[in-house]
Ligand binder design. Structure first.
Ligand SMILES: N[C@@H](CCC(=O)N[C@@H](CS)C(=O)NCC(=O)O)C(=O)O
Length: 256
């Protein structure tokens, strides 16, 4: 049976965060690259027809429906894994979610008994708890707050830097300044622990890894400008999910 999930991605793009979380959760998934200039996929399909937004990540579920927007995709992946059998819950999506507005992932007690595959490794429920604890919990909202911040305040300003239509002077005077202010703030307020929100890896760490990997060497945006973020990035590079995701995309993740 083919994998119930397929991630449309572009090398080194924000879709890398979704790939990292897929590996954190050990989910079976197919991957297909998209040429973001031509909007043609690796298999020669018209990406506009698959995803009218034309952007990655786009997660195809059960070969029938598409989910976009990184924070939502990441939340969907974790919440699907609270069930006793993630593959089965993907096979039912989106019907399951549509028909059960009050869907309560915690109503799946069998899952709580799952044991880790290797002694000493966290079991699936511990992995989910760390990536995105269930609501209502303060950590749940802090994680969503951070995902939104990364999407709206960091990612979109980086997108401007990659846009060839925007003159360099505007990039430097407007967008670089905004990015510097946001990263200054993060360097001061976060990252005093191992990860963004404490000592456990959670969803926004995957997105933040991608953002930091975009910082161009030898520019105003060099990573060494932010010592706490640099230390944090070095810790992220040690994670097997990140190493695997970068290797699969052929990325020099040890660049910094
Ligand atoms: N809000 C979306 C943004 C996605 C996005 O901007 N993706 C970029 C790659 S990092 C892209 O596909 N750009 C090409 C385009 O939008 O045409 C998300 O958070 O997933």
């Amino acid at each position: 049976m083919s994998a119930p999930l397929k991630l449309f991605y572009a090398k080194g793009a924000c879709s890398l965060a979704t790939r990292i979380i897929i590996h954190e959760l050990n989910l079976p998934c197919a991957f297909e690259s998209v040429n973001l200039q031509t909007k043609v996929t690796e298999r020669g399909e018209n990406f506009w027809a698959l995803n009218p937004k034309g952007s990655v990540p786009a997660l195809q579920i059960n070969n029938q429906t598409m989910l976009t927007e990184t924070p939502v995709i990441l939340e969907f992946l974790v919440e699907s894994c609270w069930g006793p059998n993630p593959t089965a819950s993907f096979a039912q999506a989106p019907q399951t979610f549509a028909q059960q507005p009050g869907f309560q992932p915690q109503q799946a007690p069998a899952f709580h008994q799952q044991q880790p595959q290797h002694p000493g490794q966290p079991n699936q429920i511990q992995v989910c708890e760390s990536l995105l604890p269930q609501a209502p919990s303060w950590k749940h909202y802090q994680i969503k707050e951070m995902l939104n911040f990364i999407s709206c305040e960091l990612h979109k300003n980086f997108s401007a830097l990659f846009n060839p239509e925007i003159p360099n002077a505007i990039k430097e005077n407007v967008f670089e300044k905004k990015i510097i202010a946001k990263l200054d703030q993060l360097d001061q307020t976060c990252c005093h622990n191992r990860y963004l929100l404490g000592n456990e890896f959670s969803l926004p760490d995957a997105s933040m890894f991608v953002i930091l990997s975009w910082l161009p060497k030898g520019s105003n945006l060099t990573l060494s400008r932010w010592p706490n973020l640099e230390k944090y990035y070095q810790a992220l590079k040690q994670r097997p999910s990140i190493q695997r995701a970068c290797e699969e995309e052929g990325l020099p993740y040890c660049n910094w």
